[in-house]
Ligand binder design. Structure first.
Ligand SMILES: *Cc1c(COP(=O)(O)O)cnc(C)c1O
Length: 395
């Protein structure tokens, strides 16, 4: 059996998105800035895509700017807000301890440039407390950036409440919604969002394309100087095929959202139930306030990396953290943020299932994880120390 259970890292391009893109490569290949009809056709297709995406999230077309993906959108949004803040003498930014590195590393850079950053605790359940956020806002706060759904443990944040607090206090609110867009309902107006990042390859669109929503009240800085594309805020010939592919993928994801969500939640809940039977294991993140497709566990006494390799042998593609942290020996900053100690955080497994998951596959995953965890524990020195009482169990 072959099961792809790493949809939080990236997703397969849907047939709908691919079919929408192919003729753009070979037929509608004109430069959107050219005046002849071949170029103007491409220009029109881009503007239709912009309108479609804007409509889906409750924005105006001019509030959507196309980017190369989630990381760029995060960088652009945060840098723009920081620039605006600095002009007004406001150099304080609030975020959370378990953001994506595209946010955290941008904030690190800003700290070096003189900004002050407050990272909110995400508690054991992986959720920011809006009251704590409200208390952290100061007269010199220029931006709050809190993600919509965490990419490792899938926990959903109280975005609407946070947005409302920010609006009342006159502070800009950005959310990294890369894991949420196309998966759960989002409306930038009712959710009180000023800026929002999204990436196509997380909702069955192509890689290397995304968008940033920025309310018309926010003046984005010019990220790339050059031509007049994207109102001068991001110069360079547009990635026409992928923009079209992204719009097609998003439209499809949103129209199937309800039934997809039902399938994934059912499989997710069964996985959580099945994997909880493994002794000395624990679910990471809130049991209910989580993405439909996310399951994240810690198993005591094993290494996440070995677990992944053995699951791969059984045909299962999974992850032990974000793609950026795997490959390094540091445990996930997300698991540390929810209070897991190093040893326990090392034995983590993230399964991010897709909407095509079957009941047989779900059972196969449970059976395989149980087998592999038992096998790894059978020769783990840490597990021996735990079972002989030399070390205390934590989970
Ligand atoms: C994947 C991801 C990103 C990065 O998006 P790219 O398009 O790969 O740059 C940012 N934030 C979150 C929450 C993500 O899951």
């Amino acid at each position: 059996m072959k099961i792809y259970a790493d949809n939080a890292a990236t997703t397969r391009v849907s047939k709908t998105a691919l079919d929408a893109m192919i003729p753009v490569f070979t037929e509608m290949y004109g430069n959107p800035s050219s005046l002849y009809s071949l170029g103007q056709e491409a220009k029109e297709a881009i503007e239709n895509a912009r309108e479609e995406i804007a409509g889906i999230i409750g924005a105006e077309p001019r509030e959507i700017i196309f980017t190369s993906g989630g990381s760029e959108s995060d960088n652009h949004a945060i840098r723009s807000a920081a620039e605006l803040g600095k002009k007004n003498g406001k150099c304080h930014i609030i975020s959370s301890a378990f953001e994506h590195h595209a946010v955290l590393h941008t904030l690190k850079r800003l700290e070096k440039e003189g900004f002050e950053v407050t990272l909110l605790d995400v508690h054991e359940n992986g959720i920011v407390d809006p009251k704590e956020l409200e208390n952290a806002i100061r007269p010199d706060t220029c931006l709050v950036t809190v993600m919509c759904a965490n990419n490792e443990i899938g926990t959903l944040q109280p975005i609407r409440e946070i947005g409302e607090i920010c609006r009342n206090k006159g502070v800009l609110f950005h959310t990294d919604a890369v894991q949420a867009v196309g998966h759960i309902p989002i409306n930038v107006k009712t959710d009180n969002i000023d800026m929002m990042s999204a990436s196509a390859h997380k909702f069955h669109g192509p890689k290397g394309i995304g968008f940033l929503y920025a309310s018309k009240k926010v003046r984005l800085s010019n990220l790339i100087e050059g031509g007049a594309q994207e109102s001068g805020r991001r110069a360079g010939t547009e990635n026409v095929p992928e923009i079209i592919g992204m719009a097609a993928a998003l439209k499809e994801a949103v129209s199937n959202m309800e039934e997809n969500s039902k399938v994934m939640c059912e499989a997710r809940d069964r996985l959580i139930e099945g994997l909880s039977e493994i002794p000395h294991s624990a679910l990471n993140g809130d049991r209910d306030k989580r993405l439909p497709g996310n399951v994240n566990f810690c198993f005591e006494g094993i290494e996440g990396e070995s677990l992944l390799l053995l699951l791969d042998d059984k045909g299962i593609s999974a992850s032990s953290g974000s793609a950026c942290t795997s490959g390094s020996l540091d445990p996930s900053h997300v698991l540390l943020a929810i209070g897991r100690i190093h040893d326990v955080a090392h034995g983590s497994l993230r399964l991010s299932i897709g909407e095509d998951i079957t009941k047989e596959e779900t059972e196969y995953i449970i059976k395989s994880v149980k087998e592999v965890v038992e096998y790894l524990r059978s020769f783990s020195p840490v597990w021996r120390d735990l079972t002989t009482g030399k070390k205390q169990f934590i989970l």
